[in-house]
Write a protein that binds this ligand. Sequence first.
Ligand code: 13P
Ligand code: SF4
Length: 306
Amino acid sequence: MENRDIELTEKILGLKKKRNAVILVHNYQLGEVQDIADFMGDSLELSQNAAKTDAEVIVFCGVHFMAETASILCPDKVVLLPDMNAGCPMADMITAEGLKRKKEEFPRATVVCYINSTAEVKAESDVCCTSANGVKVIESLDAREILFVPDQYLGHYISTKTDKKIILWPGFCPTHIRILPEHITQLRKEYPQAKVVVHPECRPDVIALADEVLSTGGMRRFARQTDAREIIVGTEVGILHRLRKENRGKKFIPATEQAICPQMKLITLEKVLWSLEEMAPEVKVPEEIRLRAKAAVDKMLEIGRG
Ligand code: 13P
Ligand code: SF4
């Protein structure tokens, strides 16, 4: 760690104690931000953690929908997102109005929304899911017909694992679509012993070439447990910092260095410190939307416990 980062980290840790704050960090964050985490995880793990923390303040190092989910689950806590511009472009590919119109087209469908969605879209949905539990959530529903929003690729992946009819919304992750089948086939030639793990936001032709399709939390567990010494990783490159730190003897190869989510990288140590000093910017979901969105998130968490 650079001297500047050490100094910033010390200041953050001091202020965090004073504010009774917890720092939650997504697996795609910058390495130096990962290193100040009280808890790091995928979207599901982070929402479960937010739901049970005793802290008065949550500093969310991730993107806007993740901080919103924390606000939905913890209305009495202050949820800080150190940079308000850290949005998820996929979440913005659907609006509540657009979803309402689609629901009119498919009135019998149960609406499942990926957690990568705004609180307003969650409020219009029956249940939420993440990349870690999408198949489980959909299999647990009585419905035969599912309207899945907004990620067409996660929705497509789930449709290969269930007999239910899945109606897709044409959203996608601009970062994950940069991973191409050619990247995987080339790397398999270079590393014939390697295992290939990819995120379900990848295109179907990339998923078809993988050994495992996992959430980022699933990838961290897989990396620890596998006997493979080389692992090709098809997701946002920020996860490599943690994978390498947690598995010193193993080699992790990014499917492509191009798979960067610029929004995730907007959160820096300076901004974390500033947000704790100013107690801003705060993410707060209006109560009327929060209550309806919470029903969809709670239903997902309930299925996870079942
Ligand atoms: P995970 O829930 O698997 O961490 O994925 C979140 C995300 O934004 C993927 O692009
Ligand atoms: Fe959204 Fe993709 Fe970034 Fe994840 S990696 S936050 S889905 S844009």
